[in-house]
Every structure is written in C-alpha cells, then in structure tokens.
Design a protein. Structure first.
Length: 691
C-alpha cells in the first residue's frame, strides 16, 4: 500500500482549485492526472518584468511601463485594435489582433493611467508597440505585476500563468517527507532537504536557478535516479534468486565456430565467455548484447544456442519484423543444421499444415531452435524444454510481449540484443537491471564506409555518379527525408524522388518501400533488392531497412541534417557489409546550423557507434539523446541525462549498498526510500523482466 504521508500528493489533480472538467484534460496533457504530477512539473524559463520607460525600451525584451491612454484606433478590415499610450519619454502602442473589442475601450478610457507589461517591438523600425500585453492594470496596482515570473509548459486552453498557480497550490500540499538521502552525502553536496528543493524549484530568482546544475535541481534529480536505480537493483536481486537451467559449454558450439569462414573478434569471444558464465551459474541470465549493426551479435547468440541444444534444451530468437527474422534464420540455420541442430522459422505467415508441423516440432523437442516474430509467443506455441530466449532490438517489443515469451519455459535465460549504442554514462539508466556485454570491434573484412556531406544543389552530380555506379553493377539505398510527422507528406516526397530517379536510371532500376505498403508487397521489393535484381531501393524513414545486402555499397540520405546521429549511423551501417568499398552521401540543405555541421562532421570522422553515441549526447544535451525514447530510456521528470550523468553511477552504487545492508528496506532509511520509490512510481513490482 502507498504510505499515508503521500496521500495528499496522490489526490487527483481535479482536487486543485479551478481544475474542472474543461481544464483537467489539458492539465493532464502537460503534467499528469495527480497533484504529485503538477508539483513535479518544473518551470522552463523566467520572464524579467523590470519597470522601465519607453525611452529605455529594448527591442524584443519584456518590460513594465506606467502609461496614459491617449486614444483608441478601432480595426478596419484586417487591422488590429490599437490603443495609443504615452509616458513622459515617448509613445507605446498596445495591439490586439483578435478576441477583443469594445470592452477594451470601456475598461481603458482615454486619460486613464495603466501599468502594462509585455514584450516590446519596433513597428516599421519607428513606433514602439506591445502585442497582446501580458498585464494591463490600473497604475495603482503595478505592484501586482511580478518583477520575475516563472514560465511553465503551456498547452491549448491552459496558459503558463494558470499552470504556475496550480503548481504552487500542488506544492503547498506537499508534506515534509522523511529524509531518504545519506546525511554525509547531503552535507558534502550542500544539498537542501527535499521540501526545500521543491520550494526552490518553483520559486527561482535568477536564470541560474533554472539550470539543471543548480543544487536544488541536482538534489531532486538524484532523488529520482536513486528511486529508479533502487528498483532496478531490487529486480536484479530477485532475478538472481530465481534458478535457471544450467547450460555447460559444449563441443557442438566449438564445431560450429570452427566451420565459420571467419574468426571471431576479441569482443565476440569475450561476450560469448560472459554469456556462458551466466548460463553455467544456475541463476537466470538477463544479459544485453550491445553492438553496432553488423558487429556479430547474432553469431554470439548462435553459439550460445548450440550449447543450449547440446544440453538438451531449446532456444528461441525473436525479431520485430519478418525481414529481420529471416535474416537471422539465414545466418544461423545452416551452421547449426550442419551439427545436427534443427532450426525452424515461425511467423504470422505460417498457416494450416506447415504451421501445425512446426508447432509439433517445438512441442516434442525435435526442433531445438525457433526463429521468428510475434508469432512465437502466441498461446498455441508450446516448447518442450525452452531455456534461452534471444530478443533482437528488444526495445521494439512491449514488456508483456517479452515476458510472454519467457513464460514459455521455467527460469528461461534472456539475451537481449540492441544495435543502438547507448553512451556508457547512460547505460545504467536504461539497462541497470541487465548485465551488459559490448561488442565494440568490427568483424574482419568490413571495409570503412567513406562518408561525405554534399549540399543539395549538387544533387544532379550525385544522381549521375549513381547512374554510372549502377551501370557498373553497384546497388544503392536512397533514403528520403523526414519532412514532417505526417507520413503521407514523407511518402509524397519519396514518390517524387522515385520518379526522378527512374527517369535518370531507367524504370526497372529503382524500386521503393514505405510504411503504407502491405507486408507481402514490401517483402517482394526487399527480396528483389537483396537478391541483386533491383539496383536502387528508395525508402522512407518509417521503413526498417535492416536487410543484409552485401552487394549494396552506396547509401544516399537526403536532408541528413534532419536526422539524429544514431539514425544516420544505423542507416550508414546498411552498406559496407561486403568486401567492396562503400560510400555514404549525406545530402543537406545549406546553410547548416552549427550543431548540424558538427553532427555531420562526427559521422565523417568516425564509424564507432559508441563514440558517436557519446558525441551525440554532448551535442544534444538533454532532451532525447540518440532517440533513446525508442530505446527503452526512462521517462524521467527531473533528470537531464546529459547534465546529471555524473550522478547515475553514484545512484547505482548507493542502491547496491543500501540493498546489501538492508535488503528488505526495514531500517529508518529503508522505509524512507520506500516513500521515495512510491513518490516517483519506481517500484520493483512495476518492472518486469526485460522491461
């Protein structure tokens, strides 16, 4: 049960004054449905409303003026309503474009003195004007206009000033909670109590107070990190207490490895040893295998599956799309079959008799390995002795989906694979409950991809070079830009580019895949490209282009400045998979912003995904580094992943130490930490394996 001390914060936001049926949906969109959510909504900026005069006004800045109404100019046609005012130093026009009328004249008669506050601009470089003043009051009430006003995220129908009022009321309901931080740590960091930090969060007096580096904000961020890390550590401890099948390293995996046409990299050998240590431990494995596209994660999984099969158990490899599942199947099926290990592929396409045969093979154990998609965790799929679940691009599956797969056996080991490199400093926030193996070496034979940034005006030159390359037998990806969030607009741009490329290269030379294509159509085009019968593949950004096409040596990305570094890096990884030299062309619309220029420069200088991840974090700061929202990154309220990354490892160490001393959180600090976890909803019960 939730601690009683938190009841006021977990009351519905509709209990706040003025939050009725109309306001509640907008407030929930900005903050959330609870008083707690409103209290934890951090302001984003400060407006300084210093008293000033028209003579001292500055273009684009906010000021507070005492003026006298001189005249009203009523709208004519599309003109705004204008009130001409003056002070002892000059004239200032107040402008309303819509939503106002005769009441402005009634409430602000000629000769009245008013206190007005808002942003001032020059009209035609001559006249000072203020559009839609934030405040217009009787001059005697000037003291009601704050000199410093906190700005909160606003939404349609809910102004920042209203949200501030609600946030302060929510804050007033926050009790003095028991201290959950170590006293020595608090003293060292010179941090305030939680209640003091919350007061400071909502009452900044300078821009520095809004910084994520301000002590109150760091205190609150650390609270949130500690709550999360504690939940992850609890889940990890619970997982380790769950027995898993004991799988020794066998000779079949050695035979599979010896038959490979290449040698494993040192990183693959190290990762395989870590996986084997988990499988032999008797505790259920939960390990993440992280590495760039093409780094050789699937081969490590295959060798682990050989060990599992030799021990008399079964393995399953689940991928988010049929294309990726088939790629995995083609990678592992024959090498395992050569050692007598039967591999089947199961997808939603399997129907009737063929599907029934595969289900029987899994149920009676004659098939030791299954590769497939969501079809693998359907209710009618039963395994004889499932011991290992491998989930590729694990963030593409929901928590319940991954759990349903693991529930197909007893104490099933989990190996998650991800091709999205996470900065090492953020690893604990995303994968704190998993053991992590990094494959940070390229397989032998992979040639570096020459990367160039080219301005869009040189597009005809790129098309001509592509025509010559295709004539010589090359294959290419052409990625169309992400114009808007509107998929149809992206599709229209892609279809236009498809037509232009077909005119330049020939109608049969260019095909296209996009999110609106049916699965069978998409697979047909991808198969044609993978088999070398289609020279150029145009794709929108919504399409998973993760097929292995060793003959593809050219990647063209339009308007590359619109993409994140991680997305650009992953797209580039689709070429350079064979022995031939490969190239990536980053087409951009000049002029580039400084950040965009740095991003493209980083891609030109390195192909190390982990280096790129760290650089992207440095450039982008907080927000959404590397598109981590799609990679399982926690939805923190007060943590800035860049500014607070130094606190992540400290929180993880603190959580481990707390549980080592007080595993059931029964001590005074342990009970206070339970309150903290409830405050942020970071409870171990709310987290499930691979979640």
């Amino acid at each position: 049960m939730r601690p009683e001390i938190l009841f006021p914060l977990f009351a519905p936001a509709t209990s706040l004054k003025g939050v009725g049926p109309k306001v509640a949906p907008a407030l929930e969109k900005v903050a959330g449905p609870l008083v707690r959510d409103v209290a934890l909504l951090a302001p984003t900026a400060l407006v300084h409303r210093e008293p000033t005069t028209v003579e001292r006004a500055r273009e684009g800045e906010t000021g507070t003026f005492i003026v006298t109404i001189e005249s009203h100019q009523k709208p004519r046609g599309a003109q705004p309503w204008k009130i001409r005012t003056f002070d002892e130093t000059g004239f200032l026009s107040l402008i309303w474009f819509k939503g106002h009328g005769e009441h402005l004249e009634r409430s602000n008669p000629v000769g009245a003195r008013r206190a007005v506050s808002g942003k001032v601009e020059r009209f035609n470089h001559i006249e000072w004007q203020m559009a839609h003043p934030d405040y217009i009051l009787d001059a005697a009430r000037v003291g009601e206009i704050p000199r410093i006003e906190t700005v909160y995220p606003a939404t349609a129908g809910l102004a920042s000033r209203t949200i501030r009022k609600l946030a302060l009321e929510a804050l007033s309901r926050a009790p003095d909670l028991p201290e959950w931080q170590d006293p020595a740590w608090l003293a060292r960091e010179q941090w305030p109590s939680w209640r003091q930090a919350m007061e400071a969060l909502h009452n900044p007096v300078s821009d520095a107070d809004l910084s994520p580096l301000a002590r109150p904000r760091r205190r609150l961020a650390y609270d949130e990190l500690l709550a999360h890390q504690l939940a992850l550590a609890q889940r990890k401890a619970a997982r380790r207490s769950t027995p898993g099948p004991i799988i020794p390293a066998g000779v079949l995996a050695d035979k599979v490895q010896a038959a490979l046409p290449y040698r494993l990299t040192g990183a693959q050998i190290r990762s395989l040893a870590e996986v084997r240590g988990d499988l032999l431990s008797g505790e259920r494995m939960s390990r993440l295998l992280q590495g760039d596209v093409g780094a050789g994660k699937t081969v490590v999984a295959m060798l682990a599956m050989a060990d599992v099969a030799e021990a008399g158990f079964q393995s399953v490899l689940m991928a988010p799309t049929e294309i990726l599942a088939r790629q995995h199947y083609e990678t592992i099926a024959q090498p395992l079959a050569d050692q007598g290990i039967r591999v089947i592929m199961l997808t939603g396409r399997d129907k009737g008799g063929p599907r029934a045969e595969k289900l029987v093979a899994l149920a009676d154990g004659s098939a030791a390995v299954a590769v497939g998609t969501h079809a693998l965790f359907q209710d009618d799929v039963e395994f004889h002795r499932l011991a290992l679940a491998v989930v590729d691009e694990q963030h593409r599956f929901g928590v319940s989906e991954r759990k349903r797969l693991q529930d197909k056996g007893e104490g099933v080991h989990l190996m998650a694979m991800s091709a999205t490199p996470i900065p090492r400093t953020l690893e604990l926030t995303v994968f704190g409950d998993l053991d992590v193996s990094r494959i940070d070496e390229k397989p032998p034979g992979r040639t570096p991809v020459a990367t160039r940034a080219v301005p869009m005006p040189r597009l005809p030159e790129i098309v001509e070079r592509l025509r010559q390359a295709v004539k010589a037998g090359a294959q290419a990806f052409w990625i169309c830009p992400m114009i808007t969030d509107n998929e149809m607009a992206d599709l229209a741009a892609a279809e236009k580019r498809l037509g232009e490329l077909r005119r330049a290269l020939g109608p049969a030379a260019v095909g296209m895949v996009h999110g609106k294509l049916g699965a069978s159509e998409k697979d047909a085009v991808m198969a044609e490209f993978a088999e070398g019968r289609l020279p150029v593949l145009v794709a929108t950004t919504v399409v998973e282009v993760g097929v292995n096409v060793p003959n593809a040596t050219i990647m063209v990305i339009e308007q590359a400045e619109r993409f994140g570094l991680a997305q650009l890096h992953q797209l580039r990884g689709r070429v350079g998979r064979g022995r031939r030299e490969s190239a990536c062309v980053l087409l951009y619309d000049p002029p580039l912003s400084k950040i965009a220029e740095q991003r493209l420069d980083i891609l030109r200088r390195t192909d190390d995904g982990f280096v790129i991840a760290e650089k992207d974090l440095e450039l982008r700061g907080g927000g959404d580094p590397l598109g981590l929202r799609q990679s399982g990154f926690p939805d923190y309220r007060l943590v800035d992943p860049a500014a607070h990354r130094d606190l992540i490892a400290v929180a993880a160490d603190d959580a481990r130490l707390v549980l080592a001393r007080d595993p059931h959180l029964k001590s005074p600090r342990g009970k206070a930490l339970t309150v903290l976890q409830e405050l942020f909803d970071w409870r171990p019960a709310g987290l499930t394996d691979a979640g």
